[in-house]
Design a protein around this ligand. Structure first.
Ligand SMILES: [Fe+2]
Ligand SMILES: [Fe+2]
Length: 142
C-alpha cells in the first residue's frame, strides 16, 4: 500500500548520507523530498486542490533539478551520462502522467497516492544510485 512505501522516502536519513557535494543539487534533493512529503500529506487529507497545485510545483522542481544535474555531465568525463539522462526523462514522463491523472476527479485519491509512492521510490534510485555515481566524477562545489 501507498503509505508503507512512502514511509521510505519520508525517512530523511538518506538525504544526509547521499550528498553529492554540489550545494544547489543537494538543496534540490531536499526541496524535492519536502515537496513529495507535502504532496503526500495533502492527498492523504484529501485536499485535492492542494494536491494539484503541489503536483504542478513538483514537476517544475524536478524538471529544473534534472536540467541542473545534467549540466554537470559535460563538465567531467562521466561515462553514464546517457543512461542517467534517460532515467531522468523516464521519471519526468511518469510524473507528468501522474499530474495528468490528477485532473481526472474519478481517479482521486488512492490511485494518485499509489502513483506518488511509485514515483518517490523510483526517484530514490536516481538519488541513491545514479547521483551518487556521478559524485565520484565531480571534483568541485559550486
Ligand atoms: Fe538528483
Ligand atoms: Fe539524477
Amino acid at each position: 500500500m501507498g503509505t508503507d512505501s512512502t514511509g521510505f522516502i519520508l525517512d530523511t536519513a538518506w538525504l544526509s548520507l547521499c550528498r553529492i557535494g554540489i550545494r544547489s543539487i543537494d538543496a534540490d534533493h531536499q526541496d524535492i523530498h519536502d515537496r513529495i512529503a507535502r504532496l503526500h500529506e495533502a492527498c492523504a487529507a484529501r485536499r485535492f486542490a492542494d494536491c494539484r497545485e503541489l503536483m504542478i510545483g513538483l514537476v517544475s522542481a524536478v524538471e529544473r533539478h534534472f536540467r541542473r544535474e545534467e549540466a554537470q555531465f559535460s563538465r567531467v568525463p562521466y561515462p553514464n551520462a546517457r543512461h542517467h539522462a534517460d532515467h531522468h526523462r523516464h521519471l519526468l514522463n511518469r510524473l507528468t502522467a501522474a499530474t495528468a491523472a490528477l485532473a481526472d476527479p474519478s481517479r482521486l485519491p488512492d490511485h494518485i497516492l499509489d502513483g506518488i509512492d511509485v514515483f518517490a521510490s523510483v526517484l530514490m534510485t536516481d538519488h541513491v544510485a545514479l547521483d551518487m555515481e556521478l559524485r565520484a566524477y565531480l571534483t568541485s562545489d559550486d
